[in-house]
Write a protein that binds this ligand. Structure first.
Ligand code: SAH
Length: 260
């Protein structure tokens, strides 16, 4: 099912959508500046799409040859990546959402730069690692972008009503809240493919959890070694409000460009 309300929620023909769309509908041009050209979002898309200006900023930082958008949703990030990267592999396990992403990419004129893959990212990344496609040749993956489900629109405080604007009032979001697997396990899987990872997380994400991701335990010549690298956390704002955090690892973090 996809829903594309043109009218405010009070006149919305889809009762299911009216709860969600409320404040989101008024943000539609922030989500897709070409919304009026026919962009489509489903229920999940309305609350999960990355606003276009934020997506563009992330895409600028992730500029590379091949990027994997591991959880592409309705295409907010994939469309932006297609404008800075040669090749985008956009994965989602929801067929409808993947079709909406393709539809939206056509409107932006970038569908030919995106390979849409219907499937479970966990299986996808394991297969990629097994095949050894990760780091070699033309099909090498340079960057992985992770924007996994945060557990629905209630990730900030456990209800669907408008969240308080002061981030300090929210309980912390832990990487263990991420689905389909623990957020740090997800990160480790992606690291098998590339160290260059951008992780899009809620604004109330626990910073210690994030910094722990940058500590690698490795078997060195003198036993187990902890290697700590930098992670750069970027605050993403929309209309002045803190919306999310993008965490840049590996060669995406400032000062570590040599890792790229
Ligand atoms: N960045 C996207 C929004 C992502 S929302 C955008 O800007 O539009 C998270 C997406 O993850 C949802 O579309 C959901 O269908 C997808 N998803 C959930 N579990 C998945 C899995 N195991 N593999 C691939 N995609 C998954």
């Amino acid at each position: 099912m996809y829903v594309r309300p043109r009218s405010p929620p009070s006149q919305c023909a889809e009762p299911d959508m009216c709860n969600i769309v409320g404040s989101d509908f008024s943000q539609r041009h922030r989500y897709f500046s070409l919304y009026d050209e026919g962009c489509l979002l489903d229920h999940v898309g309305w609350y999960s799409v990355t606003p276009e200006l934020i997506a563009n900023q992330i895409a600028e930082r992730c500029r590379c040859n091949t990027i994997v958008d591991a959880f592409c949703g309705v295409g907010g990030n994939a469309i932006a990546f297609a404008q800075t990267c040669e090749r985008v592999i956009a994965v989602d396990n929801d067929e409808t959402r993947l079709r909406l992403a393709r539809h939206n990419a056509v409107i932006y004129g970038v569908a030919d730069r995106i390979e849409f893959v219907l499937g479970d990212f966990i299986q996808f990344v394991k297969t990629l690692a097994r095949r050894g496609e990760a780091g070699q040749g033309e099909r090498a993956v340079d960057v992985i972008f992770l924007s996994p489900p945060w557990g629905g629109p209630s990730y900030l405080h456990g209800t669907n009503s408008d969240p308080p604007s002061d981030a300090s009032q929210h309980p912390e979001f832990r990487l263990s809240d991420i689905t389909p697997i623990h957020g740090s396990e997800l990160f480790k899987l992606a690291e098998h493919i590339t160290p260059n990872i951008a992780y899009y997380l809620p604004r109330n994400a626990n910073l210690q959890d994030i910094s722990d991701l940058a500590t690698n335990t490795e078997q060195g010549s003198s036993g187990i070694e902890n290697k700590t690298r930098m992670v750069e956390v970027e605050e993403e704002r929309m209309a002045g409000k803190l919306k999310a955090l993008t965490c840049y690892f590996g060669g995406l973090a400032q000062g570590q460009e040599d890792l790229f």
